[in-house]
Design a protein around this ligand. Structure first.
Ligand code: PLP
Length: 415
């Protein structure tokens, strides 16, 4: 698939993946009930048509400039670089995007597509509420009805985000089945979509799910990598040696990586949630755990999934809600297998320490998810020469996490 895009900041498709059936090597595809296939076909067709239409591209670019606040800046972390004594660290500031994280890039792209397809009703699922807020925001902007499915346990845990969604005019539907968390909310959202497919658009939140979602979300998030590539060339005159991002479902990471896919000398590093450590079993490190992380199917796509020997999906743990998921986007499984990208982990404690280091060295309080990428930067930079360049994607700001950060620092003061 070639780059058909008129908008220089959005890349549609890459040289080799996915194929027309939505596979990234042996990963990806569409593992869904037969009844959803026509809707996925309609969506795929509409997506390609939109991306080939300069008017759609212009509209998205314009909204990113005037509403999202793009391009987001690239910040040279001078004090942190000096403190660590190795690589020069540059931070891509998705924390400065409207709503405080990268999720708006995808939500706005898909909501515009929904509008173009004539769908007046948007369905979304949310765990911690961040994707629900981004979907409610984009829907309010475009005058679309927004229904967000959320586990009742998550609703109790994430009341400020539930209130934000209400303020934005969305309807939040509590899900009482199963464990009453994200995976049950996804099932409910799918059910709604099957029933109301003619009027409704399913706005999926990460580079996951059945084809075309992983591709579409990647393309909408590729604005991160394309901007960052241009910005680092302008600031330093060359490409970075390494680019680092945290990986939950994998959308901010795949968006960053996509900007550098053809630049073979740029090492791509994804950081998973190590929770309390691999040995504890309480983590969300799908690649790092040799016992529990294996290829499998979850929520419509084949990728690496944390599961027991019977194929039961494991409960995961992370200090950051956004990384706390048993599967990972299929393109990451492919990039890892082909050794184009490498994956590592940061524990809860390392992420918490990274929050404090970045706050005190640079005056930036990162989201706990993003702090996993910062933790890897802190480990890796001192091992690199002073004239090397490191790019770190800061996927979001830490305001949403202040309660957790405060509680955890009180429990285990690190500095
Ligand atoms: C949701 C979220 C993530 C994880 O999602 P990805 O799809 O892996 O990017 C990371 N950072 C922040 C700030 C988030 O809100």
């Amino acid at each position: 698939m070639s780059n058909m895009s008129a908008n220089p900041y959005i890349q549609t498709g890459s040289a080799d993946v996915p194929n027309e059936r939505g596979y990234y090597g042996e990963f990806g595809g569409r593992y869904v009930p037969e009844t959803i296939i026509p809707a996925l076909d309609e969506l795929t067709e509409a997506y390609y048509a939109a991306m080939a239409d300069p008017a759609f591209q212009d509209r998205l670019l314009q909204l990113h400039r005037t509403y999202t606040g793009r391009p987001t800046p690239l910040t040279y972390a001078e004090r942190l670089s000096q403190h660590l004594g190795g690589a020069q660290i540059y931070i891509k500031r998705e924390d400065l995007a409207h709503t405080g994280a990268h999720k708006i890039n995808n939500a706005l792209g898909q909501a515009l597509l929904a509008q173009r397809m004539g769908k007046k009703r948007v369905i979304a699922e949310t765990g911690a509420g961040q994707h629900g807020v981004a979907s409610a925001t984009a829907s309010a902007l475009l005058g679309l009805e927004c229904i967000v499915y959320m586990g009742s346990v998550d609703m109790a845990r994430q009341q400020p985000n539930v209130f934000r969604m209400h303020l934005l005019g969305a309807k939040v539907v509590p899900v009482e089945s199963g464990s009453k968390t994200l995976k049950d909310a996804i099932n409910e959202a799918m059910r709604d979509w099957v029933t109301n497919v003619r009027s409704s658009f399913y706005l999926l939140g990460s580079a996951l799910g059945p084809h075309p979602y992983p591709m579409m979300v990647r393309d909408f998030q590729s604005v991160i990598g394309v901007e960052a590539r241009q910005q680092i060339l302008e600031s330093t005159g060359r490409l970075p040696d390494v680019a680092i991002a945290c990986v939950g479902g994998g959308s901010n990471a795949i968006g960053l990586f996509h900007g550098f896919r053809q630049d073979e000398n740029v090492e791509l590093i994804g950081v998973e949630a190590g929770g309390h450590g691999i040995l504890s079993g309480e983590h969300a490190a799908r690649f790092a755990d040799p016992n529990l992380g294996r290829p499998g199917v979850l929520h419509g796509t084949r990728s690496f999934v944390l599961q027991d020997s019977d194929g039961q999906i494991m409960n995961t743990h992370s200090i950051s809600a956004g990384l706390d998921y048993a599967s990972i986007g299929p393109e990451h499984a492919y990039l890892r297998q082909s050794e184009r990208a490498y994956y590592t982990l940061a524990t809860d404690d390392e992420a918490l320490a990274a929050v404090q280091t970045l706050a005190q060295m640079e005056g930036i309080i990162p989201a706990l998810e993003s702090a996993h990428a910062v933790a890897e930067a802190i480990k890796r930079a001192p091992t690199m020469p002073k004239n090397s360049i490191m790019l770190v994607n800061l996927s979001g700001r830490g305001d949403k996490d202040l309660d957790t950060i405060m509680r955890e620092i009180k429990r285990a003061p690190s500095e």
